[in-house]
Unconditional design. Structure first.
Length: 90
């Protein structure tokens, strides 16, 4: 009986990386929107994990959430990490 060759492990890594970034991006938005539920360090740790700071979750972006909860620290941190101010939600 012949054994099947292992599937390309680099493809698996790419898919895991994409899925991980989506999860981090979604967690970032949820963490920012949870007013007072999470300390500032958690948002910073999530951003260090490499999420897309311009991602869209529904119609919101992390910068929108930071503005909605009036958190200037989050707004500044997101801008430092590349959040685009001129983009709009759809």
């Amino acid at each position: 009986m012949k054994r099947k060759k292992k599937k390309n492990s680099s493809m698996w890594y790419i898919m895991q990386s994409i899925q991980s970034q989506y999860s981090l991006s979604e967690r970032l938005i949820r963490t920012i929107a949870a007013i007072g539920s999470f300390p500032y360090d958690n948002v910073e740790d999530l951003i260090r994990g490499g999420p897309d700071v311009n991602c869209t979750h529904g119609t919101l972006k992390p910068l929108h959430c930071a503005c909605m909860v009036s958190d200037a620290d989050y707004v500044e941190l997101l801008q430092e990490k590349g959040a685009e101010v001129s983009i709009s939600s759809t």
